[in-house]
Design a protein. Structure first.
Length: 261
């Protein structure tokens, strides 16, 4: 098996891939920098036991992290639990993605992971990826599949949190598509602004990016919050596992070159 970890600002998610490159198990935990190593390790070990996953079956691991303070913790955990040295997306990791930005070093590992997923699943570019996580990112890959830039906006979760925490009368709601854009109650009204607003933003931004690029692009939707808007964006191909599948392909490439236990 191969292990892929995606450490985001809100959640850390992992996926276990079998020899047929199918995901056989998933796990996620909240990323709270103040938590101790044992706070992350104990529930993870319980998960492995509940799924009857043999740590010795993991042949390799890779990490994509946008929380630098937590990266060493997860590297240690993977080393101690599985006995493998995890690769990290960053300097020294050949991603196959050329980065054509002003400062390539500042481009997040999650953005590169998405680009790697496009290469692995769709054959490079041109493509526009809408990744709806803590932030909503719109990524452009050119005809060669090079990463040429992105836009970054607050995500659905941040929008909901901002409404609840900065108003006196609005309370937490469960995200779901309301029946109409104009809500007849507070819950529907909030969901309309959040979900329809996010979908329309993504569609309009993607159209503008495509126009700016000067050529038609494949449009791909991914990320933890994408499930709430996928039915509103039929022009997008839905691939919720874009990042982890891209990382798994890159890990296999390293193993073919001799990386492993």
């Amino acid at each position: 098996m191969q292990l892929v970890f995606d450490i985001g600002n809100t959640m850390a998610k992992c996926a276990f891939f079998d020899e047929q490159e199918a995901i056989v198990a998933r796990y996620q935990m909240k990323t709270i920098p103040e938590k101790s190593y044992d706070d992350y390790l104990s529930p993870f070990l319980l998960f492995l036991k509940s799924k009857d996953l043999d740590p010795h079956c993991v042949k390799g691991a890779v990490i994509s992290s946008v929380v630098p303070s937590l990266t060493p913790l997860f590297l240690r955990m993977i080393q101690e639990v599985f006995g493998v040295e995890a690769k990290t997306i960053g300097p020294g990791f050949k991603t196959g993605v050329a980065v054509r930005t002003d400062n390539p070093k500042e481009v997040g590992a999650d953005l590169i992971g998405d680009a790697m997923g496009v290469h692995a699943l769709y054959g490079k570019g041109p493509a526009i990826v809408a990744d709806m996580g803590t932030a909503t990112k719109l990524i452009l890959l050119d005809r060669q599949g090079d990463f040429v830039g992105c836009s970054i906006a607050p995500g659905l979760g941040l929008g909901l949190s901002a409404l609840v925490n900065n108003t006196a009368a609005l309370t937490e709601v469960s995200l779901q598509i309301p029946p109409k854009i104009i809500g007849k109650n507070t819950t529907d009204s909030m969901n309309s602004g959040l979900i329809y607003g996010a979908a329309f933003q993504i569609k309009a931004m993607a159209d503008a990016v495509e126009k700016e690029a000067g050529y038609p692009c494949r449009k791909i939707l991914t990320g933890g919050y994408s499930e709430y808007v996928v039915s509103l964006l039929p022009e997008f191909e839905y691939e919720p596992d874009l990042l982890v599948k891209g990382l798994e392909k890159a890990l296999l490439s390293y193993q073919e070159k001799g990386y492993g236990r």
